[in-house]
Design a protein around this ligand. Structure first.
Ligand code: GSH
Length: 217
């Protein structure tokens, strides 16, 4: 039985998992869970993932959600080597720190705004939410100082998470100041990731939704 990914194209964590799947040369069956139609609250989906989030991965009898956990699993189970999730404890410590930073700080800032715009139909982003987004991006900007990718000279699953979240956050929050390290990083990710063309479709879909929601159309 093959991999099944429950997803919606515009979701940054879904994009992170798809980048990883492509990098590993893995195929998956994609099942769309339309969040705007609240399909994540269907009995069927809640049985699979009571936390009602996408992405959720099924691999035989394993059901796992959270993009960071999914990507760590995919590399451990299917990677030909550990490049995308290094086993060396000191290198992994840095990758894990960045993954937790994405979960707890960067994506958290994005989700906080996303919930208001996409599900509560708010048209303005509160100043305090913008400040939280700026603080999170400031941290990412600092992590990139003197580094090509988020932990060093090569990319790994932490880059799939940080790139997808940060690119969405910058698209969501208007009027952010320029982040020179992040701008260079975005270009480098775009020219490095194997799955970037599909990823770009996801980012454009996200941008389209943001425009639609903020303009009230
Ligand atoms: N930490 C989770 C976050 C997943 C998440 O919040 N996904 C959003 C879409 S981007 C979602 O499913 N929202 C629907 C909901 O929470 O009901 C991950 O990395 O997978």
């Amino acid at each position: 039985m093959g991999l099944i990914l429950h997803e919606i194209i515009a979701s940054p964590p879904v994009r992170a998992v798809k980048l990883c799947l492509t990098e590993l040369g893995l195929e998956a069956e994609y099942k769309t869970c339309n969040l705007l139609a609240r399909e994540q609250f269907s009995d069927e989906y809640l049985k699979l993932n009571p936390q009602h989030t996408v992405p959720t991965l099924e691999d035989g009898d394993l059901i796992v959600w959270d993009s960071h956990a999914i990507n760590a699993y995919l590399v451990s189970a299917y990677g030909k080597n550990d490049a995308l999730y290094p086993k060396d404890p000191k290198v992994r410590a840095l990758v894990d720190q960045r993954l937790h930073f994405d979960s707890g700080v960067l994506f958290s800032a994005l989700r906080n705004i996303g919930l208001k715009i996409f599900f509560k139909n708010e048209k303005e982003i509160p100043e305090e939410d913008k400040l939280r987004a700026r603080e999170a991006l400031d941290f990412a900007e600092k992590f990139l100082q003197g580094r090509k990718f988020i932990t060093g000279d090569t990319y790994n699953i932490a880059d799939f998470s940080i790139y997808t979240t940060a690119s969405a956050l910058v698209a969501l929050v208007p009027g952010l100041e320029k982040y020179p390290n992040l701008a260079k990083y975005f270009d480098l990710c775009k020219s490095s990731f194997k799955g970037i063309s599909h990823d770009e479709e996801g980012l454009q879909a996200f941008k389209g939704l943001v425009q639609q929601k903020l303009s009230g159309k």
